[in-house]
Design a protein around this ligand. Structure first.
Ligand SMILES: C[S@@+](CC[C@H](N)C(=O)[O-])C[C@H]1O[C@@H](n2cnc3c(N)ncnc32)[C@H](O)[C@@H]1O
Length: 346
């Protein structure tokens, strides 16, 4: 009996509470996913509403929706006005309102997709086998899903884009592209990095190598940004096709999607296309021993979705060396783990 009052019993109780909250974190995340799917942050942007009104507009079951709103309000997502059954927008739900430039809002929708959540369910498969959980859970690979299914393609590209829009403006600030003539972006997504480089340097031409369906989306962005005339859009697979002879190649947030052997394969292809003076900029999250939980969550996400991995700079350079490249220098991009590492032919 006395043990209950000793400091160790108290600290055990605190530890249990902490772990319990962590476990319930999964349920809270799921509640956010449903709120976003129902469009609640948008519906509450105009002012407080009752659960019944929100249920009417979303086709939800009113008493259950009210329970969801109460739970989320208790976490700070939405406010429970405690009168007339009204719920309102909070600072946290406001950042969940759809905005293509918001990494949080776009990521919440990407995470909410049933095929995404289902992959996390099979995390154990990844840990036991070292392989992605996505295909095990969904019957198709993440890359097939986000190529063939327009909704999945849009959710993935939007989440990627929102992050990239911010990063892409930082890259030409920390790396000087003024000596470049042609910049090839390998797996360049919807083109925000190339757009940022071309906007800053009028003499530079861009090339984006991408999967065909994503390239169509890149064309739209480059047209909106007024640089499409200086950019070639090359459909292709970076395991087979790397455009030849450019002075600058960039590959951003691509290599961490792949295992070591695949990374060496892609880098080999790039090295074979590079001239003596060409440079390759690998732009990726490069983790050190003190990686944050947030970075390590992304590392786990890469394993679950695509069998990828976040590496350290030394690990990346060891793979580049196997492909016949040598590191020239590296520089941080912003305050996070993202770095640009420049490689030249060995
Ligand atoms: C994580 S995204 C990064 C996109 C972009 N570089 C960025 O930083 O926003 C990976 C990109 O690689 C492309 N990709 C995947 N497999 C590919 C392949 N085999 N050949 C060409 N592109 C590929 C995807 O379509 C996707 O746009």
């Amino acid at each position: 009996m006395a043990a209950e009052h000793t400091p160790s019993a108290a600290s055990r109780a605190a530890a249990e509470k902490t772990v319990d909250e962590m476990l319930q974190g999964a349920w809270k995340a799921r509640a956010i996913h449903v709120a976003v799917e129902l469009g609640l942050p948008e519906l509450l942007a105009g002012g407080p509403r009752t659960a019944a009104e929100l249920a009417d507009e979303t086709g939800a079951h009113a008493p259950s929706l009210r329970r969801l709103l109460r739970l989320l309000a208790s976490t700070g997502v939405f406010t429970d006005l405690r009168r007339d059954d009204l719920f309102g927008q909070s600072e946290l739900s406001e950042v969940l309102r759809f905005d293509p430039a918001s990494p949080v809002a776009t990521d919440a929708r990407f995470q909410a997709a049933h095929w995404h959540w289902r992959a996390w369910e099979r995390l154990g498969h990844s840990i036991r086998t070292g392989r992605d959980a996505f295909e095990h859970a969904n019957g198709v690979s993440f890359w097939t899903k986000t190529h063939d299914d327009p909704e999945a393609r849009e959710l993935f590209a939007a989440a990627m884009d929102a992050v990239s829009l911010v990063e892409s403006t930082l890259v030409p600030e920390v790396h000087d592209f003024s000596a470049s003539r042609t910049v090839v972006d390998i797996g360049g997504g919807r083109g925000s990095l190339v757009a940022a480089i071309l906007e800053r340097h009028e003499h530079v031409r861009g090339v984006i190598l991408e999967r065909p369906n994503t390239l169509e989306q890149a064309r739209r962005l480059l047209t909106e940004r007024g640089v499409v005339d200086r950019c070639d859009l090359v459909p292709g697979d970076f395991f087979d096709t790397i455009p030849e002879g450019a002075d600058t190649y960039v590959i951003k947030h691509v290599l961490h999607d792949w295992g070591d052997d695949d990374v060496v394969r892609v880098l080999h292809r790039v090295a074979a296309r590079m001239g003596e003076q060409s440079r390759l900029l690998v732009i990726d999250n490069l983790l050190d021993e003190d990686a944050t939980a947030s970075s390590l969550c992304v590392d786990m996400l890469l394993l679950v979705l695509v069998g990828g991995v976040e590496r350290s700079e030394a690990e990346m350079t060891a793979l580049a060396e196997k492909a016949g490249l040598r590191q020239h220098h590296s520089v941080a991009v912003g305050p996070g783990p993202q770095r640009i590492v420049e490689y030249r032919r060995a």
